[in-house]
Design a protein around this ligand. Sequence first.
Ligand SMILES: Cc1cc2nc3c(=O)[nH]c(=O)nc-3n(C[C@H](O)[C@H](O)[C@H](O)COP(=O)(O)OP(=O)(O)OC[C@H]3O[C@@H](n4cnc5c(N)ncnc54)[C@H](O)[C@@H]3O)c2cc1C
Length: 330
Amino acid sequence: MNDYKDIWIFAEQRNGKLMNVAIEILGEARKLADKKGVNVGAVLIGHNVENLSKDLISFGADIVYVVDNPLLSNYTTEGYAKAISELANEYKPEVILYGATFIGRDLAPRIASKLKTGLTADCTGLDIDENGLLLQTRPAFGGNLMATIKCPDKRPQMSTVRPGVMKRAIRDDTRDGKVIKFDADINESDIRTKILSIVKEAKNVVNLEEADIIVSGGRGIGGPDGFNIIKELADVLGGVVGASRATVDAGWITSDHQVGQTGKTVRPKLYIACGISGAIQHLAGMSNSGTIVAINKNPDAPIFKVADYGIVGDLFKVIPVLIEEIKKLK
Ligand SMILES: Cc1cc2nc3c(=O)[nH]c(=O)nc-3n(C[C@H](O)[C@H](O)[C@H](O)COP(=O)(O)OP(=O)(O)OC[C@H]3O[C@@H](n4cnc5c(N)ncnc54)[C@H](O)[C@@H]3O)c2cc1C
């Protein structure tokens, strides 16, 4: 057990571009590693991706482990799981963090089972306890309970971390680090999944997690047409449209707009909640926003407890005035 040290992150990249969540978990890993006095390792897997090492070091990695292999150019569960398990057996990290993306959620349990260790999925909080163990906190039972989980006897301790919850690492181009190239023993026969083609659905993807400004509508908008006014406000502010689950369940808007515990976790500079009551499951996804503005006709709505600015009134009267005033300022 004492052979295991350092805190690693899986630096997920797609088409040679680092995923945001990799930079978020790198920021978190840096904090945890500083608390324990150990190094941060970033695991970079793919083909022709070594150039990303520099970014990873600037964002806080001390060591970047690169497994570069043409067989790993596209993500496959078996290829990536084998590469990371071999790497972990060789260099013995004490902790490995993954973003809870589709890839991270697919990959981490495979590795946990190969390494016969514990895994906590979809964590929203991480810390180190007095014995140096990783405290992994995640919502359980539909968010009604926060469970804190430890993995005392097996290594590495592993978690997937919900995207958007941790703060992005801050870039510092003066940082130094080491790059270790690792030759994983990967053969074509190891990878039973054959990728025939990757299809990108060309829909208007709503990128809530990266938006600086989000204007969200809730049941208070009255129906699907209510989103017109929400969109108008979002447009004048250069923001995107979010939604409560009630509106998604009602079929007023698609689920990729949903903010909250079972939707996206967002951290924009400005979040405007219009006709949203502020149920705990909604707050779970937006309460870390920079500035929160709530528009609601019920002065007792719980959303006002987290709002920096509150307007008690009918959103259909308030929003047009806001739009007018914002246009005048432009
Ligand atoms: C396991 C689980 C997971 C969940 N996950 C999520 C999640 O991810 N995201 C999420 O949002 N919810 C989630 N929910 C649902 C959540 O509990 C609430 O039901 C939901 O957030 C309520 O949405 P709402 O605020 O739009 O609607 P309501 O609670 O009905 O609130 C509507 C608000 O609009 C106001 N209003 C009405 N008319 C006007 C008007 N003309 N002008 C101004 N204000 C007006 C009302 O005063 C009220 O406060 C989850 C629930 C469960 C059990």
